[in-house]
Write a protein that binds this ligand. Structure first.
Ligand code: ADE
Ligand code: ZN
Length: 360
């Protein structure tokens, strides 16, 4: 029987995606089509728009792209295509996806319509590909006020959907450090929502995103998962606490900013070597030009990781998910079975990556 190459093995490893923004996952051709349908003027075709220089340019493009989704059908289409891409490029089996309800305000679509559109697309994706998913309602702190976070919680209370399991915080950390959001995050906790936040991302200066934000996110916001977190490496006491608590960090393996890419991978390496609990994700796959498979291959090739790391990172995604325990147990069992079979099929002479990372 033909044995699996390490590259094919890595693509087939079952994965959980916990760090993906729906507005950053719109295929360029879909964005062009939706922009025409909804009379949104894009300054350039999406493929060109998705090339940018800075983090702040990226955030502008993300918010502009989000405006192309103006009807429930648009949200359903983008959600379905997102699941299709996760399935096809890297065998993601479960995803927890950020959506920013406030991005849609100028289009006139309301919270229940947009969330039901997303749910419809995700359900279609699950029927087609067996990929399960949940939603995380997110606040962009560069453009939202704390009162708007409370408004989002009101919408969620008026239109509860079991698929929406938590809240998140994105945008530029310098525009709204964690303590600004305490009231909303506490209210979300009382309402039974899980909580996360982007922190210590490598596009912020250390004084804008200091390691103390870890403490604020854990103790004041009640986050049980965190996104990025590279900057905590500057403080050994924070690293020691994160290791002791094993709080999951969802990594974005492929930064949108070329200059961040190699240094970020070194930080991911250092975080794993420090014993932190990591989950690998894509962040904004369409805008950044990556896929789950490509992101994993890039990190594994660059850091020389092998089967042991693939197994650990595959299973850490299951444990860090916000699925209820019975669903998590079933996912865990299916992952272990798949990993055992893949490891049996892997060519013993090919245990590290023969690199073709340009293949998305
Ligand atoms: N929104 C989408 N991707 C983001 C990122 N990497 N950082 C902050 N906000 C974001
Ligand atoms: Zn993100």
């Amino acid at each position: 029987m033909a044995r699996l190459s390490f590259s094919d093995y890595l693509d087939a490893v079952p994965k959980v995606e916990l760090h993906l923004h729906i507005a950053g996952a719109i295929r360029p051709e879909t964005l062009d089509e939706l922009a025409v349908l909804n009379e949104l003027r894009l300054p350039k075709p999406a493929a060109e728009l998705y090339r940018f220089e800075t983090f702040y340019d990226f955030l502008e493009i993300l918010r502009l792209s989000a405006l192309a989704m103006a009807t429930p059908q648009d949200f359903a289409r983008v959600a379905f295509e997102c699941i299709e891409d996760l399935h096809r490029h890297g065998n993601t089996r479960h995803a927890e996806i950020f959506f920013n309800p406030h991005y849609a305000t100028p289009t006139g679509i309301g919270y229940p319509e947009l969330v039901d559109g997303l749910i419809e697309g995700l359900a279609k994706g699950e029927r087609a590909y067996g990929v399960s998913s949940r939603l995380i309602a997110c606040i962009d702190r560069s453009v939202c006020l704390p009162s708007e976070a409370l408004q989002m919680l009101d919408w969620m209370a008026q239109h509860p959907r079991p698929e929406v399991v938590g809240i998140g915080l994105d945008g530029a950390e310098r525009a709204g450090p964690p303590l600004v959001w305490v009231e909303a995050w506490r209210q979300a906790g009382r309402a039974g929502y899980r909580r996360t936040a982007h922190l210590c991302e490598d596009n912020q200066a250390p004084f804008e995103a200091p390691p103390a934000h870890f403490t604020h996110c854990r103790d004041a916001l009640g986050c049980d998962r965190l996104d990025h977190g590279y900057g905590i490496l500057a403080d050994p006491l924070v690293v020691a606490r994160a290791r002791a608590e094993q709080v999951p960090f969802t990594m974005a393996c492929w930064s949108g900013m070329p200059l961040n890419r190699a240094p970020r991978r070194q930080r991911i390496k250092a975080m794993r070597e420090a014993g932190l609990n990591l989950v690998l994700g894509t962040d904004d796959p369409a805008i950044f030009g990556t896929t789950m498979g490509h992101s994993w291959r890039t990190v594994f090739a660059d850091l020389g990781w092998g089967v042991e790391e693939a197994r650990a990172l595959s299973l850490s995604g299951v444990e860090a998910s916000w699925l209820p325990e019975p669903r998590k147990a079933a996912l865990r069992a299916s992952f272990i079975e798949a990993l055992d079979a893949l490891e049996r099929d892997l060519d013993p002479a090919d245990r590290t990556l023969d690199l073709s990372v340009t293949r998305r």
